[in-house]
Design a protein around this ligand. Structure first.
Ligand SMILES: Nc1ncnc2c1ncn2[C@@H]1O[C@H](COP(=O)(O)OP(=O)(O)O)[C@@H](O)[C@H]1O
Ligand SMILES: O=C(O)[C@@H](CO)OP(=O)(O)O
Ligand SMILES: [Mg+2]
Length: 445
């Protein structure tokens, strides 16, 4: 369904179970399905994650993020004639979805398209009435796709500061703590611009740990970061000293974000409709049905990809040798987002690099197999999303004259897996709930 070279991968050892589990993980992260399964309509009433709304006015759909189009499409279908209109901002911008306009923004750094699209979205919100319900569809990428600067800031200032923080290695909590201070719409501030009595935010999380104030910079969530923290971040990365007094003043005294306890929060329901853990759970249920004992180790995997691969191999090996943490047949699942310190000139990504390192560490153990996947469909600078491996991969490669270590050292994991016919190809999936890893340990026959 999502994996394009499925037929080839099915022929690999345990390919059926691994590919099936990856497909389940992607299905749980499918933006259309995630939204449609969380919103039910019965006449003039709507039920969203256990809360019922009787819509006295009209329903509107706004939003932004890499998954916004498909999320909005699901809402338009579920709301039917209750949907009065709306504006969503996506990386491509495709015109219209029924009554909802789909406008193009810029990513990963905001530019002129983002500004025009964001103004259009705010202009639309001006026409919303008090009795109306506003849906906000939020997914990763929203920070750059939706932006209106606070008084005293230019979009160019925000773009420069964001790009510089990304370049200097700031993490997403740090980056977004800074962006919130410069924006009229982030850090809960969007709520100040919506007159409706009910705001329902449907959120796909691409942030490890699902911090609501970090995903797309938390436009409808209370901000857990402070202006002091933002200033510390800028100092940490050596940017504070380079800023003109005009911009420093915004950090020190500009409009503050919405904090926990603010009365505005009473009108909003923030619902996570897809995240890494939901995808892991779905894959785990699928593998249980196939007879594996399935253990989710973590949905918060972080660290250097090749190290994570070795650690995960240690767990698989201890299951194979000592029956710990459980006896085989066992499925081990882990999700999150690792990093790669790129030193070589090859093609690859953090998922494929993790899998390559895993296969080296389980060398010779034919009863261990694994698969990895970047759920957005594009792993690093490669055209693949992940790979399918097992304990025979290192020898298989050597028999073809390929040295697995050489490929790992050159950050060339994609070339390696492509040559072995083991790369997982999906193309852009239109969603992102980070990365998924699955290892299977069989009884030795
Ligand atoms: N040749 C490579 N091998 C492994 N990882 C790489 C390679 N080139 C880039 N990367 C890693 O890929 C990361 C970006 O991956 P990508 O999938 O584009 O990010 P995201 O999905 O988070 O937007 C970079 O941070 C970099 O560490
Ligand atoms: O929009 C953002 O702030 C981040 C996290 O949600 O997404 P991305 O890393 O895709 O830009
Ligand atoms: Mg990616």
């Amino acid at each position: 369904m999502y994996i394009k070279n499925k037929d080839a991968l099915l022929r690999l050892p345990r390919g059926g179970a691994l590919v099936g589990a990856l497909e389940e993980a992607l299905s749980a992260a499918d933006p259309y399905k995630a939204v449609a399964s969380h919103v039910k309509r019965a006449g003039g009433a709507l039920e969203v994650a256990g809360r019922v709304y009787s819509v006295r006015g009209r329903a509107h759909v706004v939003g932004f993020g890499k998954a916004s189009e498909k999320m909005a499409e699901a809402l338009v279908d579920v709301l039917g004639d209750l949907a009065a209109g709306g504006v969503v901002i996506s990386p491509r911008g495709s015109g219209r979805l029924g009554p909802v306009e789909v406008v193009k923004g810029d990513h990963p750094v905001p530019g002129a398209d983002t500004l025009v699209a964001s103004r259009r979205l705010l202009e639309y919100l001006e026409g919303v009435g008090e009795n109306d319900v506003v849906f906000v569809v939020i997914s990763g990428g929203g920070s750059a796709l939706f932006e209106v600067p606070v008084e005293g800031m230019e979009l160019g200032d925000i773009a420069r500061i964001s790009a510089e923080l990304m370049r200097r290695g700031a993490d997403i909590v740090e980056l977004n703590a800074v962006r919130k201070r410069l924006s009229r719409v982030k850090g809960g501030k969007l709520l100040r611009l919506v007159k409706a009595s009910a705001v329902i935010s449907l959120i796909i999380s691409d942030v490890v740990g699902d911090r609501l104030d970090t995903i797309a910079s938390g436009p409808t969530a209370p901000d857990g970061t402070s202006r002091e923290f933002a200033i510390r971040v800028l100092k940490k990365y050596g940017i504070w000293g380079e800023l003109p007094p005009r911009i420093r003043a915004v950090f020190e005294g500009g409009e503050d974000t919405v904090k926990e306890g603010d009365a505005l929060l009473a009108k909003v329901q923030n619902v996570i409709v897809a995240n890494n853990l939901l995808s892991l759970r779905r894959a785990s249920e699928y593998l249980s049905a196939l007879g594996y004992k399935a253990v989710i180790l973590t949905s918060m995997l972080e660290g250097e990809a090749r190290e994570a691969g070795r650690v995960l191999a240690s767990v698989a090996k201890s299951a194979a040798y000592s029956g710990l943490p459980e006896r085989p047949p066992l499925a081990l699942l882990a999700g999150g987002e690792t990093v790669v310190t790129v030193r070589g000139g090859g093609r690859g990504g953090r998922n494929q690099e993790l899998c390559l390192s895993f296969s080296i560490a389980v060398r010779g153990l034919r009863n261990i197999s694994a698969a990895c996947l970047g759920t957005d469909g594009v792993d690093g600078n490669s055209p693949a999303a992940g790979a399918v491996v097992d304990g025979g991969v290192a020898e298989e490669a050597e028999a073809m004259g390929l040295d697995p270590f050489e490929y790992l050292n050159n950050n060339d994991s994609y070339t390696f897996f492509e040559k072995l016919g083991r790369a997982v190809i999906t193309g852009y999936t239109g969603t992102n709930v980070n990365d998924v890893f699955i290892a299977l340990v069989e009884k030795v026959i």
